[in-house]
Design a protein around this ligand. Structure first.
Ligand code: ZN
Length: 329
């Protein structure tokens, strides 16, 4: 098919060496019977299919070319900003005494009691970190689900962000500083995509006897700074055991004693850490992780900062069933 000297191969087909289009262009144009006619019909069918495929490919490539490239570039930048694993081990865990006063804690406990009546993402693990359906000694509740934490505790949300930024600056980690984050005053809730580190997850961990974070290689992968706030009294008052520990570069295991109710531990997320088994009582700790992504409201610890996440409470419940280590029947 020639039009003004241009075959449709030149007009439609995106492939320079397209065999069906070239066959159709070179098929005998005047043949009306015999092998020449059949050759032309076959070439027409092949070329029509080729045009359809080419158009579909062009539509897929051109429908929104800027957005995925921007997302991918941003994701690559976020990965580049993640703290180096080896250097993270050399950083120290900062203990902030009395981050929450007794009055703060009483108010938080009341708000958590109301918040926990809302549908929130949850996850259960046994002493080895294996997912369990129920009755596990380590229960995690994702308080940020559907923006519940930001609504119920706006002041604490702001204080967690400000604390992380202050410690990051004081320790010279450089993970949250610079223009990408700005001052603590700029860490107010933002609509849409964020321009700097935001809350990836805010979790309530309740660990019963036998529960532990035993893996000495564990770190909060993909996050920048983690803040732990202890909500119950250690040393046998509310719980026994459950010491926060970090394997250090010299081969020793640092036990972070003095971490008491209302205190905060702030550390580089990629620093390895573990928690000794709880021997009695219930260890409650609030865990907030900041990442280079938008503040999340999905019902889990989100894994992909690039795009909107539609992980719902129903999905979290389904995952509990799918991943749980169910007993043999
Ligand atoms: Zn998510």
């Amino acid at each position: 098919m020639a039009a003004g000297g241009l075959s449709f191969r030149h007009v439609f087909c995106v492939r320079a060496r397209c065999v069906p289009c070239r066959a159709f262009s070179t098929a005998p144009r005047s043949a009306s019977q015999g092998s020449g006619a059949r050759r032309r019909v076959v070439a027409r069918v092949a070329a029509t299919a080729c045009i359809g495929a080419s158009a579909a490919l062009a539509w897929l490539a051109l429908r929104d070319p800027a957005e995925p490239r921007e997302e991918d570039a941003r994701y690559a930048a976020a990965i580049a900003r993640l703290p180096d694993l080896e250097r993270a081990q050399a950083t120290r865990v900062v203990l902030v005494k009395r981050f929450l006063s007794d009055a703060d804690l009483a108010e938080l406990d009341a708000r958590l009691a109301a918040l926990l009546r809302e549908p929130l993402g949850t996850f259960s693990r046994d002493a080895n970190g294996v997912p369990q359906l129920c009755g596990a000694p380590w229960e995690t509740t994702y308080l940020h689900t559907n923006g519940a934490f930001a609504r119920a505790c706006p002041d604490l949300r702001h204080r967690l962000l400000a604390l992380a930024e202050r410690v990051d600056a004081a320790e010279g980690w450089g993970l949250l500083g610079g223009d990408s984050v700005g001052s603590a005053e700029k860490l107010a809730p933002r609509a849409g995509a964020c321009g700097g580190a935001q809350l990836r997850t805010v979790e309530l961990h309740r660990v019963l006897p036998g529960g532990a974070l035993a893996d000495r290689r564990h770190f909060d992968g993909g996050s920048l700074v983690t803040v732990d706030v202890l909500l119950s009294r250690p040393a046998g008052a509310d719980f026994a055991g459950g010491e926060f520990c970090t394997p250090e570069l010299d081969g020793t295991m640092a036990v972070h004693a003095g971490f008491e109710r209302g205190d905060a531990l702030v550390f580089v997320s990629h620093k390895r850490h573990c928690v000794a088994p709880v021997r009695a009582g219930v260890r409650r700790v609030l865990v907030a992780e900041l990442w280079d992504g938008p503040e999340r409201t999905c019902a889990h610890r989100c894994m992909d900062p690039r795009r909107e996440c539609a992980y719902t409470v129903a999905a979290a419940q389904a995952e509990r069933f799918v991943r749980a280590d169910l007993p043999e029947t």
